[in-house]
Design a protein around this ligand. Structure first.
Ligand code: C2G
Length: 450
């Protein structure tokens, strides 16, 4: 008897799963299906799994394709299972190509073509439907987004738009998407939601078009370069009853979320100062330094460093000032900013041509929080007090590129169907950050340093 084994979460079971199981079964005489436990999914960084383990097992059982169902509970279990059950073939979808070659030591490894476009299938009811997502733009961040999206259950990236069809086509081929198009209306007609990863100055037009078409929008930061434009977009999303979320990934990751709640609960007394830095050296003339693409350290990194200040101290600062150093094209390579509040201050440093320590320090009346670099991917922080021995250490997961957390929050809002806004990063906070970026870009309260 030839035994075949395959594994998966099998959340919101759809015809892509069933087709995979059928083809896996056809490779032998006996199919073992490993269904991931909730713990294991958490551990491997898979988010937004909607169905409970028992329901997922029941759904796999109902296909009638599995001769035996086992639970996958830990990393490394596949090797044990294959040997214990005398498995001859390990089969898995082509989205995992190459990842399981190491099992070749124990059995034959077969990658089966993944089913493209599963989102058209209605699964039970609307809230349990797999969301079809289109990507606007096909640059670096869009490439990083695709592998991250595989770790978020309930979403299927189906297509990509780029005004240059050749770029869109190359992106589609590389990521095995169903379609590529150079017409935005075409993309919008074929998806439920979009992720906007186009150049900064194009965000507003793309977001507006998508919202007008009634699509949910996850937009890379900065959502817009003026506060008025950001306000307009949130108003439009509200009118259309769709979700608009700005993709400042830090805001949605587990560590930063908990840091904010802890500090808001008074863990270091009253917050009197927030100081955040983020610098990233870039070479040549990349997008980040292009004046036409609204490049510069504030537009590129300002959303991150302003986030802790705005979340912890609010949007009602009294004064603001910036000190910036520019290149010949007028792009800021390094900027230092200060926000003055009635009882606190916040300062930041951002740089594309200057490097410094990328930490976040929040100072309070009873102690301070220290988040080492890269604090914007919050994996660890300490709460420190006057007594040097009184240190509390906090550890978190920050999987992959972190883009999965913003996508997870986006889906939660869509599926929740009630709240259009995330409390983790509210429109008011997003508008405040846009206003600061706008002030800086207008040269207001800015001193040039050389
Ligand atoms: N699949 C598919 N077509 C889709 C979606 C999924 O063929 N449109 C396949 C996947 O490639 C996988 C199986 O269906 O082989 C289960 O997919 P998921 O439930 O998403 O599970 P996954 O995260 O791929 O788990 O140990 C777990 C495994 O490593 C894979």
């Amino acid at each position: 008897m030839k035994k075949v084994i395959t594994y998966g979460t099998f959340d919101l079971l759809h015809h892509g799963h069933v087709s995979l199981l059928a083809r896996a079964k056809a490779l032998g005489d006996y199919l073992i299906v490993g269904v991931t436990s909730e713990n294991y999914d958490r551990e491997r960084g898979k988010l937004n799994v909607r169905n409970r383990l028992l329901d997922r097992v029941r759904d796999v059982q109902a296909t009638g394709l599995a001769d035996e169902i086992i639970i996958e509970e830990y990393e490394g279990q596949k090797i044990d299972d294959i040997q214990r059950h005398g498995v001859e073939i390990f089969a898995i979808g082509s989205d995992w190509t190459g990842k399981f070659d190491y099992l070749g030591e124990y059995c034959r490894v077969v990658y089966l073509e993944r089913t493209r476009d599963i989102s058209s299938t209605m699964i039970r009811d609307e809230t349990c439907r797999v969301l079809s997502l289109g990507i606007i733009g096909s640059g670096r961040i869009a490439h990083r987004f695709i592998p991250e999206s595989k770790y978020v259950s309930g979403v299927d990236v189906v297509g990509v738009y780029n005004p240059r069809l050749s770029s869109a086509g190359a992106f589609r081929d590389r990521h095995a998407l169903r379609f590529a198009t150079d017409r935005l209306d075409d993309l919008l007609a074929r998806v439920d939601a979009v992720y906007i990863a186009s150049p900064h100055p194009a965000h507003v037009a793309h977001a507006r078009a998508a919202l007008l078409a009634g699509k949910h929008v996850l937009c890379e930061k900065p959502l817009a370069l003026t506060a008025a434009a950001v306000e307009e977009l949130y108003a439009l999303a509200g009118e259309r009853g769709v979700v608009l979320l700005e993709a400042v990934k830090t805001a949605y990751c587990p560590g930063f979320k908990h840091l904010v709640s802890l500090l808001k609960s008074g863990a270091i007394g009253q917050v009197r100062d927030v100081s955040a830095s983020f610098t990233k050296l870039v070479e040549g003339r990349p997008r980040e330094l292009s004046p036409e693409q609204a490049g510069g350290s504030v537009t590129e990194l300002g959303s991150y460093v302003l986030l802790p200040a705005i979340k912890l101290l609010g949007v009602n600062y009294l004064h603001t000032s910036f000190h910036a150093c520019y290149d010949d094209a007028g792009v800021d390579l390094f900027t230092r900013g200060l926000l003055e509040y009635p009882t606190a201050t916040a300062s930041f440093k951002v740089g594309l041509g200057v490097k410094t320590e990328g930490s976040l320090v929040v100072s309070g009346t009873r102690g301070y929080a220290y988040v080492p670099a890269p604090w914007w991917k919050t994996e660890y922080f300490e709460l420190r007090h006057e007594d040097l021995n009184d240190v509390k250490k906090y550890f978190y997961k920050f999987d992959g590129d972190g883009l999965r957390y913003e996508l997870d929050e986006f889906l939660r809002l869509i599926h929740g169907g009630r709240l259009l806004h995330s409390y983790l990063f509210t429109p008011v906070e997003s508008i405040a950050i846009a206003r600061l970026i706008e002030l800086f870009r207008a040269g207001e309260h800015t001193t040039r340093i050389h």
